[in-house]
Design a protein around this ligand. Structure first.
Ligand code: AMP
Length: 218
């Protein structure tokens, strides 16, 4: 397997960039946050109820939980999958585990993209973010509006702000990012190439810049 890691604060545009790289360059976008939200919505999931109290507070789920979720997605996946990781690894223990698992499995880490954005710009973007209550498709009121206001293009479900984008939870998520995820950057840079990309520019330009920097892909 091959991995490209995306790092950046809430609202930096990691989800949008990973979906672009999926459309353009054969990546499989994987958002651990989205997987956790799906698990929480699934009444038969044993993972959802364990994650819920953390998600409800805007805190990271424990490392052991994030790691077991991530490995449960990876293990049945084809070995030639090229992943674009949005939201994993997110803490030093996750990064250590990830490096070890890649070494052990003979997987290749292509590098890390650091999406830089000012807090003001990120906050503006999050205020405009909507998701479909039913199928979770993402929208942005200006950059990616639905065809019919308030309705999902795909399933016609209601569009709502993301549950953890309210001011209180967002503040906790930003704090967790600054305390636990941002410091990862220096550690990752010692073991893999790291490219900074301007989170404020058009996602097409971001994707082009990432693809220019990547080593040749098979
Ligand atoms: P995101 O969709 O990336 O903004 O993630 C939403 C929330 O999911 C985060 O605030 C965390 O509570 C949780 N989450 C997602 N990925 C991880 C991870 N790798 N480790 C711990 N918590 C995570």
């Amino acid at each position: 397997m091959e991995f490209l890691v995306l790092l950046g604060p809430p609202g930096a545009g990691k989800g949008t960039l990973s979906r672009r790289l999926q459309a353009l360059a054969g990546f499989q976008a994987l958002s651990t946050g989205e997987v956790i939200r799906r698990e929480m919505a699934d009444p038969s999931s044993s993972f959802g109820p364990v994650a819920r109290p953390y998600m409800d507070r805007g805190e990271y789920v424990p490392d052991s939980l994030a790691i077991s979720l991530f490995s449960s997605i990876l293990s049945p996946s084809p070995l030639d999958t090229r992943w674009c990781l949005d939201g994993f690894p997110r803490t030093p223990p996750q990064a250590d585990w990830f490096r070890g698992a890649c070494e052990e499995g003979g997987h290749r880490i292509l590098g890390c993209v650091f999406l830089e954005i000012t807090p003001e710009h990120a906050a503006r973007r999050l205020r405009q973010r909507r998701v479909c209550r039913v199928c979770r498709a993402p929208y942005h009121l200006e950059a990616r509006p639905p065809r019919e206001p308030g309705r999902c293009d795909a399933c016609h479900g209601n569009l709502i702000p993301r549950e953890d984008d309210d001011a209180e939870r967002l503040a906790r998520r930003q704090e967790a990012y600054h305390l636990r995820t941002r410091p990862l950057l220096e550690a990752l840079a010692r073991t893999m190439p790291v490219w900074s990309v301007d989170g404020a520019v058009d996602p097409a330009a971001q994707a082009a810049s990432v693809l220019r920097n990547l080593p040749p892909l098979p």
